[in-house]
Design a protein around this ligand. Sequence first.
Ligand SMILES: C[S@@+](CC[C@H](N)C(=O)[O-])C[C@H]1O[C@@H](n2cnc3c(N)ncnc32)[C@H](O)[C@@H]1O
Length: 460
Amino acid sequence: HEGQHHDHDHHRHHDAPSHDSLAHAEICGGSGGSIIPGSDGLCGHGIAGAGEAQKVIVSDAESQKPPPQDDGPRYPLWTHTKPCFNSTKSELEICVFADEKFANGRGASFVMTERRAAHVAKAPAFKDPELVKHTNQDIHRTAPAKYDMKEIPGKGMGLIAKQHIRRGDLIMANTVSLMIDYRAFEELPKEHYTQLQAAAVDYLPEAHREAILALSTHDDTDRTYIQRVDKIAATNAFDIEPDEDDEVQDYGFYVVFPEIARMNHDCRPNADYYYDHETLTQYIHAVRDVFPGEELTLSYINPIMKRKARVRKLQRIWGFECACPLCTQEQPRVEASDLRIRQIKELSNELDDWEPQSRANPAMAELMISLYEQEKLWGSLHEAYVSAALEYNAAGEPWTAIKYARLAVERGMQVVGPKDADVLEMAKMAEDPWAHWSWMKRIKVRGGWGKRSKETEDDE
Ligand SMILES: C[S@@+](CC[C@H](N)C(=O)[O-])C[C@H]1O[C@@H](n2cnc3c(N)ncnc32)[C@H](O)[C@@H]1O
């Protein structure tokens, strides 16, 4: 049951993760090395992040002026840049890059190539700690928590709401603690990437490191330090896709966030997550109202799967028997749910088809919304609203299109975030549906506005 990670393929990018959980499962787990890498002796002499910023610094040094406050990342950026290992398959060299000062002293560690670390370091969060001032309430709390961490029978620890949390409320947000380029698992032998992981954790400031080391390993097997860090990463990491400007698009990141890592799985969760590359932050919002005493949950897998597939995937990848309310209800209810899932998939294919032969129409999108509601897929509902906005607009009904575009924005902001492509597109459509590519689309392709289609004429 090695190599678990949060599979986020239910949000738009259905085929995006290039590494299915199993790919990592094969390389994670098992025996690790035994050396705990010490300090790399490079403290305080790290390399600069972006090339551009380096130029600014060089010219400042020449003119004896201090670097401008608002230009370029802090310098030196990295407090550690070692150890490094060369790939056995390519020219790549993969190292640990740690920044103890990141996010107002919380720190963050990266296992990646120097080039990719420089790309990540261009994120505004490195320049402007104000951006992440209110995140990371776990280690040095300045606001009361909305939950308590408690032992949950059969699940290890979990988070229990201690107050009413409204739909859309932010529950917590964490900046990256340990961010690993997926290529580390492909390019390096296990004994090397596990050493990099352990060193990366070692370089985090003490309280932060302790929070990571206290995380679940899923079982209590005896392990070396390096094996334990590897198992902690495998039990708690999320898959993060590369940002649009990243020159590496085929490999994402494997990322641990210690506070978020305490949330257990439910097939119909009350919270959802999205990652923002600019702030290097994972945000967790409630997708429905949560009452005091309820456990806060996320779905570790695509929730739009039939029961058997969900149970099998959770068992295979995470090693637990799903006992969530959806998986344990009586048979007639399970069957009704599975039928709805099947219909959602069929409708989704039809609605995604923009060729003239598609039968998609607004009623089909309305049915989709209803099925999502019946299934309590609150974290995915914005997808159905997007379909409805497109269908109404394509049918030439701008006001209903605007209504659904607004609903898609409102829901989408909480689960895929304000910078998500769908959310931005829906915001634009809500302003001017007539200028959107979908305007009259289903009518035009069927023979032009006002004209009867050839098929209808032939039928008569
Ligand atoms: C990301 S951690 C969640 C927090 C963890 N329970 C803890 O004690 O820190 C993932 C691990 O929690 C446990 N877990 C999560 N959801 C569960 C569920 N629905 N049923 C049983 N165990 C679950 C499994 O051991 C899984 O490997």
